[in-house]
Design a protein around this ligand. Structure first.
Ligand SMILES: [Zn+2]
Length: 309
């Protein structure tokens, strides 16, 4: 099985713990991913909530440099283009893409977007929690600010992918409209189904369909309280979300964005990136075909990345 995952917080976890990428006690390491024929990942750099937005800007570079210094050259590569992505896979390396999770570190300064792009960032999650210079997150009723609108438009023009995860409902609609206008796909890198688990971080059926209509994808995450309203979760809970999206006919849009290293408690039986493989067995038990399982684990992501970059 091949795996491409759209969201983890491992760069932050590795840097704060002073650990390596190859082997560590984080949820994600290259060693743990050896169960896959190939493994690719969007590596998010989180604007740590306890920092001011200016401090988060400084911290971004520290965490990015730390990640780059820990990449074994023969095993992994940061990619910014489709050609680099294909080359990494062909050489048996893990292709990684960089993301910024919570764009408040722009601090209202448009030119910082270009700096992020030059530094290799290709996925942008506008908000995380509360309100910022960009707009309102899932726990607010606020949409994009004027600067947020400029930033999203600018990021689309640069060729970044905008991530709806963590956005308020109104912001999701605003970004979807802007992406349609620009003829660009949007994603939700780590969001589950709100019909299955009623949490504002999860996607309504309408938004999930709208993402797919832009040519985008969404990644299922492993956060127990996004999987199940009583926070008790295991591989079967993950399946419920996937099966719901399949019932909507969205088999070409469902991926993984597990949010590993972004939670303290993982679902039962899913300790790390290697254990995501057990979800394939759970899906088989529900009669999901190998073709569809392969789409969810890898092919939908692969098609998206090859088309967008
Ligand atoms: Zn997140």
């Amino acid at each position: 099985m091949r795996l491409f995952d759209f969201h983890c917080d491992t760069p932050f976890a590795m840097e704060t713990r002073g650990q390596a990428l190859t082997e560590n006690d984080c949820h994600v390491s290259l060693k743990k991913a050896e169960v896959y024929e190939s493994y690719g990942q969007v590596m998010a750099i989180w604007s740590q909530k306890s920092l001011s937005s200016e401090e988060a800007w400084e911290r971004f570079f520290v965490i990015r440099d730390d990640l780059i210094s820990k990449l074994p050259e023969e095993k992994a590569a940061i990619c910014t283009t489709c050609a680099q992505y294909r080359a990494a896979l062909a050489k048996g390396k893990s292709p990684f893409f960089l993301a910024v999770e919570d764009a408040r570190l722009l601090c209202g300064r448009y030119e910082r977007l270009e700096t992020l792009y030059r530094c290799g960032v290709r996925f942008l999650t506008p908000v995380w929690r509360d309100e910022s210079c960009i707009g309102g997150a899932f726990n607010t009723e606020a949409g994009l600010t004027d600067f947020g609108r400029d930033a999203v438009r600018g990021a689309l023009a640069l060729g970044m992918v905008i991530d709806l995860s963590h956005a308020s409902d109104i912001m999701m609609e605003e970004i979807l409209a802007m992406a349609r206008e620009a003829g660009r796909p949007v994603v939700a890198t780590h969001s589950n189904s709100r019909a299955v688990c009623n949490h504002k971080r999860n996607l309504t059926d309408g938004v999930a369909r709208a993402i797919a209509e832009t040519g985008g994808v969404f990644g299922i995450n492993m956060v127990p309280f996004h999987l199940s309203e009583d926070s008790v979760a295991d591989a079967r809970s993950v399946c419920r979300h996937i099966l719901h999206f399949l019932s909507l006919g969205l088999e070409d849009a469902v991926c993984f964005g597990c949010d590993l290293d972004g939670m303290d408690v993982t679902p039962e039986g899913i300790r790390n990136v290697g254990d995501i493989l057990t979800i394939a067995d759970a899906l088989r038990a529900h009669g999901v075909s190998e073709t569809v399982i392969e789409k969810i684990f890898f092919k939908n992501a692969d098609r998206f990345l090859q088309r967008v970059f």
